[in-house]
Design a protein. Structure first.
Length: 90
């Protein structure tokens, strides 16, 4: 899902890494590919965060829907509306 960016889509950012993290990173990734590696990590983290937020929203919607479905007052109002809208129809 990674899309290639054009030069106009790139932004230069200064970041600071802890010494130990930087040493591990430069041992793991080729010198000229660190930016790409970090960008891909950020993309993964953002996708993971977005997925968690969507799941959280989904759970809240389910919870709210269940609360409405179990509401006795709401059921009584629904019955009144069902009777009212059915008046005069055959």
């Amino acid at each position: 899902m990674t899309e290639r960016t054009t030069k106009t889509n790139k932004h230069q950012v200064m970041i600071f890494l802890q010494g130990e993290n930087y040493n591990k990173l430069k041992d793991l990734v080729e010198k000229r590919k660190i930016s790409r590696f970090i960008n891909e990590l950020i993309e993964e983290k953002l996708q993971e965060t977005e997925k968690k937020e969507k799941q959280k929203l989904r759970q809240q919607l389910i919870k709210d829907y269940q609360a409405v479905a179990h509401s006795q007052k709401r059921k009584a109002e629904d019955e009144i509306w069902d009777q009212t809208t059915a008046d005069g129809l055959k």
